[in-house]
Write a protein that binds this ligand. Structure first.
Ligand code: ACO
Length: 269
């Protein structure tokens, strides 16, 4: 399938989606939202894909919503606007609940609506030189579309409000210090680092990874007792779906073939 605003490459069980409007700093227009919604459907069911990486072309990760095409041009077109809003949802629950591990590789500019992509990915690695900003107040808006929720979930209130209210920028190092991203590396090493990390995840049992991710995401909305009972049921579900693969792991451990504390069992055996 060919796309106009994104590029998709699959190699070694890792799918890399590159937001690809570098001349517009990868701002998200309605076409990009449509294409991202479609490609996530494709990649979810592609058995060759075990890990998803999202990055940006050129010097930008994503400059947020396309201020002209998404906001300005659609203001008097309610049906088109509703469709674009619906398709823009890929960044929120679609990505949060994507049944494979997801990594945001934040290579450069990251503004407004792009925060939702970073927050919804399971892991985010930033270039130390990347520049993040909640620029909404700078042009008369508030951070909507799950952006405020993204910073509420990830940042200390004093940091969240500081950046929401001032619209000031921060770099990848600061993003890592505040835990908005998992960690930061020099830009020159970013994609190599993400490839190694994705490769590590691609070697693990995908059924187990999916269950572990769902266990994390869904139990947050439950009270303590319900979470405990649900996680037991989830664990039983995993045993069923994986054909009790954990027994192979323990048998390999008993034979002294690996140390679970320090490495992975051979789940394909
Ligand atoms: N929407 C539409 N076009 C954009 C956007 C955007 N969010 N960001 C950049 N562009 C376009 C510019 O208009 C310019 O287009 P042109 O060449 O046709 O004039 C092109 O991308 C290059 O941008 P420059 O501003 O020339 O690049 P520069 O390197 O100087 O600055 C920066 C980059 C800081 C990212 C700047 O473009 C910018 O401030 N963009 C807006 C960021 C923003 O506030 N995003 C919205 C967040 S709010 C939300 O998402 C809901």
């Amino acid at each position: 399938m060919s796309y106009r605003t994104i590029q998709v490459a699959i190699e070694d069980n890792i799918a890399t989606i590159t937001l690809n409007r570098p001349e517009k700093k990868n701002a998200m227009n309605p076409t990009m939202h449509h294409e991202m919604s479609s490609v996530l459907d494709e990649l979810e069911y592609d058995e060759a894909v075990r890990v998803l990486v999202i990055t940006g072309a050129g010097d930008s990760f994503c400059a947020g919503q396309d201020l002209k095409e998404y906001f300005y041009d659609l203001q008097d077109k309610p049906a088109d606007r509703a469709r674009a809003r619906r398709e823009a949802e890929w960044r929120a629950n679609r990505l949060r609940l994507f049944p494979k591990p997801t990594i945001a590789a934040v290579n450069g500019w990251c503004f407004g609506g792009a925060f939702t992509i970073v927050a919804s990915c399971d892991i985010a690695v930033a270039a130390e030189e990347a520049v993040f900003g909640l620029s909404e107040v700078n042009f008369g808006k508030l951070p909507g579309g799950h952006v405020t929720r993204a910073v509420t979930d990830h940042l200390h209130p004093k940091d969240a409000l500081f950046y929401i209210l001032t619209g000031r920028t921060f770099d990848g190092k600061k993003a890592a210090e505040m835990k908005f991203v998992t960690y930061a590396v020099p830009k020159a090493r970013l994609m190599e680092e993400v490839k190694t990390l994705a490769g590590e995840l691609a070697k693990k049992n995908p059924v187990v990874l999916r269950s572990a991710k769902e266990a994390y995401r869904y139990n947050l909305a439950m009270d303590y007792e319900v979470a405990g009972a649900w996680l037991t049921a989830k664990s039983n579900e995993l045993n069923y779906l994986s054909g009790d693969t954990w027994k192979n792991g323990v048998e390999q451990f008993k034979r002294g073939e690996f140390r679970p504390g320090l490495g992975n069992y051979e789940w394909e055996r």
